[in-house]
Design a protein around this ligand. Sequence first.
Ligand SMILES: [Zn+2]
Length: 98
Amino acid sequence: MPYRFNNCPHCGKQIIFWIEEADIDSGKYPAPIYIHHTDKSCGKTSTFYVDSLLRVSYTTLEKKAGAIKTIKTIKSFSKDRKKRQKKKIEEKTGKKSK
Ligand SMILES: [Zn+2]
């Protein structure tokens, strides 16, 4: 599962985000991706570098050039997981469930 658990380099709090291969430019690894910490007391964006298995290699405080996307951190892991499971079922069956 491409959920990633890490720490925000600005405030040090634990963060969760979801990353897919389409989110990065795979021309060169480690590949940068912007991570926006959606927390009221933080709200800062940093750059995370991931390897070809989308594992975080290292992070920087600044927005470095080269990233193609900004990912927002997930506030509720259980809610997000439910949402993604529902979406997956909808894609499989072609139907929208209530
Ligand atoms: Zn933060």
